[in-house]
Design a protein around this ligand. Structure first.
Ligand code: FES
Length: 255
C-alpha cells in the first residue's frame, strides 16, 4: 500500500490547483467589507476598497496571442500576485518530494522501483532552478506581513477604531497564522539563521542565533503538517469570503 500516500498527495494538490486556478480567473467576489481573500492579497490594482494603487490597469491587454490563437483573459488582481505563493510552494522542499513521487514517479518512494531508467535529481536543468526557493522565501515573508495586516483589518468595520469580530475575521487571522507557521519553518530559513556556522558556541551572536534557529527547527520538524494545514486553510478562506461576498451565507457575528 506504498502508493496510498502519493495518491492522496496527488489528489489533494490537484484539487487545490484546480480550485485556485478557477478562483484566480474569477476576478470578482474576492472581498467583502474588511475581508480580502488571500488569493488576492495584496491587491495591487482592482475594484475593491483594498486596492493599493487604484482600479484595474489600462495596460492590461485586451487579448493575448499564443500559438496563433487569440485569448481574451479579463483582468484579475490575482494574476499580479499569485506567482509568489505558487513559486514558494512549488519549490518548497516538502512539496518537491511530494509531487516528484506523486506525479512524476521519480523517485517513486524509498525502496520502490521506478518506471524511469535515469534519475539525476536536481543537478541539471530544469530542476536545478528549484534552488530559487530561497528567493521566494524573501517574498513570502513580505506576503505574511500583508496577510497579517488583512487578518487584523478583518476585525474592523466602519473605521480603524470600530472593532467587531465575525467568523471571517477569525478565519483570515488564522490564515495568516497558519501561513506564518509554514513559512517560518522553511528549510531555507533554517539555513539562513543557523547556517554558515560550524558551532554555535564559537559564534559571537550564538545565543540569539541559537534561539532563532531552535524556533525555526521546531516548526521545521512539522513542516509537512503546516504545509497541508495552511494549504487547506488558504483555500477555505477564499471560499468563505467568496460565499459571504456573493450573499450565499451571512457572516456570523461573534461580538
Ligand atoms: S522548504 Fe518548504 S517552504 Fe521552504
Amino acid at each position: 500500500m506504498w502508493w496510498l500516500e502519493p495518491l492522496a498527495v496527488a489528489l489533494g494538490l490537484s484539487a487545490f490547483g484546480i480550485y485556485s486556478f478557477w478562483a484566480a480567473l474569477q476576478g470578482d467576489h474576492y472581498a467583502w467589507g474588511p475581508y480580502l481573500s488571500p488569493f488576492y492579497s495584496p491587491e495591487l490594482f482592482g475594484n475593491s476598497s483594498h486596492a493599493l494603487f487604484g482600479p484595474p490597469p489600462s495596460w492590461w491587454p485586451a487579448a493575448f496571442s499564443m500559438f496563433g490563437v487569440e485569448l481574451h483573459i479579463p483582468f484579475s488582481p490575482a494574476f499580479l500576485i499569485l506567482w509568489a505563493p505558487l513559486g514558494f510552494r512549488g519549490t518548497c522542499y516538502y512539496y518537491r518530494k511530494a509531487y516528484y513521487r506523486s506525479f512524476f514517479q521519480n523517485p517513486t518512494a524509498c525502496a520502490v522501483g521506478k518506471p524511469w531508467k535515469s534519475y539525476c535529481g536536481e543537478t541539471a536543468f530544469p530542476l536545478i532552478l528549484q534552488n530559487i526557493h530561497r528567493y521566494f522565501l524573501y517574498v513570502a515573508i513580505v506576503f505574511i506581513a500583508f496577510l497579517t495586516y488583512d487578518g487584523l483589518k478583518a476585525f474592523t468595520r466602519e473605521g480603524p477604531k470600530d472593532y467587531v469580530a465575525g467568523l471571517g475575521s477569525v478565519v483570515l487571522l488564522l490564515n495568516a497564522f497558519f501561513l506564518a507557521m509554514y513559512t517560518f519553518g522553511c528549510h531555507s530559513l533554517r539555513h539562513l539563521v543557523g547556517g554558515h556556522l560550524d558551532s554555535f558556541s564559537d559564534s559571537a551572536s550564538s545565543c540569539t542565533r541559537h534561539k532563532i534557529w531552535s524556533g525555526v527547527t521546531c516548526l521545521n520538524e512539522r513542516h509537512m503538517m503546516w504545509a497541508w494545514i495552511s494549504l487547506f486553510w488558504v483555500g477555505f478562506s477564499d471560499v468563505y469570503v467568496r460565499l459571504v461576498s456573493m450573499g450565499r451565507i451571512a457572516d456570523l457575528r461573534i461580538f
